[in-house]
Write a protein that binds this ligand. Structure first.
Ligand code: DX5
Ligand code: ZN
Length: 217
């Protein structure tokens, strides 16, 4: 039976004991999700290269980087050398998105296209033919712990149709406000991967929270 791929966001991890939370994710989840923010594309700064490098060093499962930054291409080669296996860039941050997606793929990584809540999925009809996954932001990017925007579910379902028509191999990842309460509707709409920050790291039992999210079909 198909199960949900779960990618905990390290933005909500305990940075005073980062290794402990990396190990927890290694042992229980499918992907480690890194949120990179530059204070320009989004109104917040998260963490940068030294932290990415350290997390990659201790990762035992694939690491994906979600680049909420302008000029993301500056970092592709370095991230590849640290061991990052997939990178998503924002549709709204790239003037030459097709070129940028191909640059990620040429380095041997999976390429994702992230879209902000206001960006319509109809714009993705062509890029889904090239991208490995589309990351649907279900909150306005910049902060963990926000509430899921209800209209995201309809967007996921519409995107699923576009993907089925144009490139069924392209996956859908949903990021922002995902909880054990709303994972059912997100899964039914067509998501393959979910990112979860606070739902994992604020849960009394993080491993159990990951298992509950994974079992959504
Ligand atoms: C927001 C980030 C998300 C976020 C997820 O800009 O892209 O990955 O940290 O955190 P939660 O699950 O708490 O919304
Ligand atoms: Zn993210």
């Amino acid at each position: 039976m198909k199960r949900m791929i779960v990618a905990p966001s390290m933005l909500s991890a305990d940075f005073s004991c980062l290794k402990k939370d990396i190990d927890l994710v290694n042992a229980n989840a499918d992907i480690i999700h890194l949120d990179i923010m530059d204070g320009v594309f989004v109104p917040n700064i998260s963490y940068g290269t030294p932290v990415v490098k350290t997390i990659c060093k201790f990762a035992r499962i694939p690491v994906e980087a979600h680049l909420m930054i302008v000029e993301p291409q500056k970092f592709f080669a370095d991230y590849k050398s640290y061991g990052v296996s997939s990178i998503s860039v924002h549709y709204e941050a790239c003037n030459h998105l097709d070129r940028t997606v191909n640059q990620i793929k040429e380095l041997g990584m999976k390429a994702g296209v992230a879209i902000n809540p206001h960006t319509g999925v109809g714009l993705l009809e062509d890029i889904v033919k090239v991208a490995d996954y589309i990351l649907v932001m279900s909150v306005n990017p910049g902060f963990g712990g926000q509430k899921y925007i209800p209209y995201s579910t309809k967007k996921i379902a519409e995107l699923k149709k576009i993907i089925n028509q144009n490139n069924p191999n392209c996956l859908i990842e949903v990021d922002g406000g995902v909880t054990v309460e709303n994972i059912g509707e997100i899964a039914r709409a067509g998501a393959d991967i979910v990112v979860a920050g606070s739902a994992v790291f604020s849960a009394p039992d993080a491993a159990e929270a990951i298992r509950k999210l994974q079992s959504a079909v």
